[in-house]
Ligand binder design. Sequence first.
Ligand SMILES: Cc1cc2nc3c(=O)[nH]c(=O)nc-3n(C[C@H](O)[C@H](O)[C@H](O)COP(=O)(O)O)c2cc1C
Length: 396
Amino acid sequence: MTRAARSVASPNVVCIEDFRPIARQRIPKSVFDYLDGGAEGEVTLRENCRIFNDVTFRPRHAVDVGKCNLRTRVLGFDLALPFMLAPVGYSRLMHPGGEVAAARAAGRAGTGYILSTISGHKLEDVRAGSTGPVFYQLYLMGGRGAAEAAIDRARVAGFNGLVVTIDTPVSGIRERDYRNGMKELISGSAFDKIPFLPQIFSRPGWLIDYVRDGGLPGLPNVIIPGKGQMPLVDINAALAESTPTWADLKWIREHWKGPIVIKGVLTADDARRAIDEGVAAISVSNHGGRQLDGLPASLRALPEVVEAVKGRIELLMDGGIRRGTDVVKALCIGAKAVLCGRAYAYGLAAAGEAGVDRAIEILKTDVERTLRLLGCPSVAELDRSYVNVPKEWEAA
Ligand SMILES: Cc1cc2nc3c(=O)[nH]c(=O)nc-3n(C[C@H](O)[C@H](O)[C@H](O)COP(=O)(O)O)c2cc1C
């Protein structure tokens, strides 16, 4: 076992929450808070996790279900697990392995990985790293030309689907990032950076890895025609100039013939609109509480969307998944699979690829144990009869 794997083995890490202090110790505060934090007062961020307590289980006791089947099928791909890894921008800042390491761990576990546009690794390297399905999450930053070039590269590289995130007309305000000088550290002058350097120097292990990895990664998948690779400087401005709209889906579909997932749906209206646009799936998501604070928790929005979709397309959900019981509750309410963001990113920040492996292992064994405790032999059989949801949710 490697040192990194040992650092996140039991009893050091028994549940996902246990990664947090280890990650906090290894990476600078600015990077940890970027990963851990949310928008404004972080109400939606907290609610995403808390809401799972409002749903309780209805087990079928005294049945022996034997070995449980965790397999599911999403967008035509067989997955060994009912959860995939969500797009997490700047993963390479958390650990040099970054997006490639996360994709490799997902593939090894037999599940899918979604690569963010804000990736420090080339999409070709990420695709080549995984033996499982890999999807490309598209932001329109850098303009249509840059997006078309990325779509073409994703097709040639063998990506299996496109995930279009629609909840970023501008970036949400993540107050921790401002306080930590994230902008100054990434794009400021040497003078601007000075007040924020002590937290970087207090993490020498991370700093050595970072310098060895070549320092601040660029955005190798955002190539602006005539200008070249977009630097990692002003993501907020780039997002504000590239609001994704339903109209964009038309030209995106002309360039991408494979399945498209819309990420960031929270209402029946947007769900129906997505179906009208011919997408294959949607992810009920509030971007992990990082965009508009005051949005409902993703799980709370799920029943309304389930009701609107009526099984016509596949439903995914992301936000607040920290335990296998959370995965199972979301599946009972109607998600085909869920996406995990921070759950694996804490692992990546704590111990690189070994940390992602461990995060996946924890969630997998949690899901399996939960099924057995529920008396349900397979994730395909999970439905509302296995949970109590608050009365007012039924009105959706
Ligand atoms: C550090 C971080 C970076 C993220 N970057 C992106 C991104 O580039 N694109 C995107 O669509 N979603 C992004 N997300 C949102 C995740 O894909 C996902 O919706 C969210 O993390 C789910 O909530 P959870 O972290 O509670 O699981 C990011 C989330 C985090 C924590």
